[in-house]
Design a protein around this ligand. Structure first.
Ligand code: FES
Length: 207
């Protein structure tokens, strides 16, 4: 990552760092055989190339491509357009900016605000704020992660659930809280949290 991007990144609101899964010079964006689904991607294998409509990126890249240190702004606006950051769009950004794909992926994976997979049909947010933490939110998130087979920030392979860990859902009196599709479920334990998700899954399967 170049110095100017690091500087810009530090100044960007809501740019919380997350695990860096690919760094400059890594081979994470090498050719791929399609065997590793994006939903389960952990950075140890290359990403799957997709067929995104790159014309959607043109106005954003036209606006910022010649502005130094604009990579994070570009990624933020692209995510607003696509809902996440598809791999082929990241390649396209690298090409337009004249930087390596590994550099772009390094920035995209460093900050929690960026998503490399599409949102699931149901957004599950487990609160890890103080009130929820002291009331056992770690056990809830561990149980939910085990049930869904994913970690925070990931989407299940069937596209049904996206799991996010958040810092406060604004209803601390209900701690510990899990919010699903905007509906808060309070005073949960792990089993009750999983029951909420099982009901959603069952309703989709019956539909
Ligand atoms: S800390 Fe969990 S809702 Fe506020």
């Amino acid at each position: 990552m170049r110095d100017n991007d690091r500087t810009e990144a530090k100044q960007t609101a809501n740019a919380e760092p997350k695990a860096l899964v690919a760094q400059e010079g890594s081979t994470a964006l090498a050719a791929h055989d399609g065997s590793t689904p994006l939903a389960a991607h952990d950075g140890s294998t290359p990403l799957v190339v997709q067929g995104s409509d790159l014309s959607l990126a043109a106005p954003i890249l036209d606006r910022y491509a010649s502005t130094p240190g604009s990579l994070i702004t570009i990624l933020q606006e692209l995510q607003d357009v696509y809902g996440y950051l598809p791999e082929d769009v990241l390649y396209h950004v690298a090409d337009r900016l004249g930087i390596s794909p590994a550099h772009v992926l390094g920035v995209a994976t460093f900050y929690a605000q960026f998503r490399l997979t599409p949102m699931g049909r149901h957004l599950v947010m487990v609160c890890k704020g103080t009130a929820c933490h002291v009331n056992g939110s770690d056990r809830i998130s561990a149980t939910v992660e085990e049930y869904l087979g994913i970690s925070g920030g990931q989407t299940t392979a069937d596209g049904m659930f996206t799991l996010e860990n958040v810092s406060c859902l604004g209803c601390c009196s209900l701690a510990p809280v899990m919010m699903v599709d905007g509906e808060a479920h309070g005073r949960l334990d792990g089993r009750a949290a999983v029951r909420v998700l099982e009901e959603i899954r069952a309703a989709e399967e019956d539909a």
